[in-house]
Ligand binder design. Structure first.
Ligand SMILES: [Zn+2]
Length: 148
């Protein structure tokens, strides 16, 4: 079985902090400790989940869902909210704070994207992990396939 977890969070600013701790706790429990080759990806994953959840909280009315999955070559982070409007990659004004969330995700992730399904939207991001990481252990995905 691939390492994976999901969490449902309220659409409140405090959910950003909860999503960060869930991400750190799971990636470390799955083996991305300081001794692991993918330890550097934990910080990137935490930054990405923070931005995706912060973005979702601004537009979502009820509940959002955070999904974290590891495969043999990558970490996949996805945040689903109840607003079908697409998330927008903005070029922020240099003097106006905020609005940089997706630019940061775009810079850190190898790939990101979004999809709308039944009035909800999922924004996902993918981070590569170096070969030999404990995060890849027990991945049940066929070799050569690359989701999502
Ligand atoms: Zn897998």
């Amino acid at each position: 079985m691939c390492h994976q977890t999901k969490a449902r969070l309220a659409s409140v600013p405090d959910s950003v902090r909860i999503a960060r701790s869930i991400t750190t706790a799971h990636l470390e429990a799955w083996g991305a400790t300081i001794a692991d080759v993918a330890h550097g990806q934990v910080a990137d994953a935490v930054l990405i989940v923070s931005e995706l959840v912060a973005n979702a909280v601004r537009h979502c009315t009820h509940e959002l869902e955070v999904s974290l999955v590891c495969h043999r070559d990558r970490i996949e982070i996805a945040v689903t909210d109840d607003n079908p409007e697409p998330a927008v990659l903005k070029q922020p004004h240099p003097l106006v704070p905020g609005g940089r969330g997706l630019l940061l995700v775009d810079a850190l992730a190898q790939q990101w994207g979004q999809q709308q399904v039944y009035g909800r939207k999922t924004v996902w991001a993918r981070l590569s992990i170096p070969p030999g990481s404990a995060l890849a252990r027990n991945c049940s995905e066929p070799v050569g396939r690359s989701g999502p």
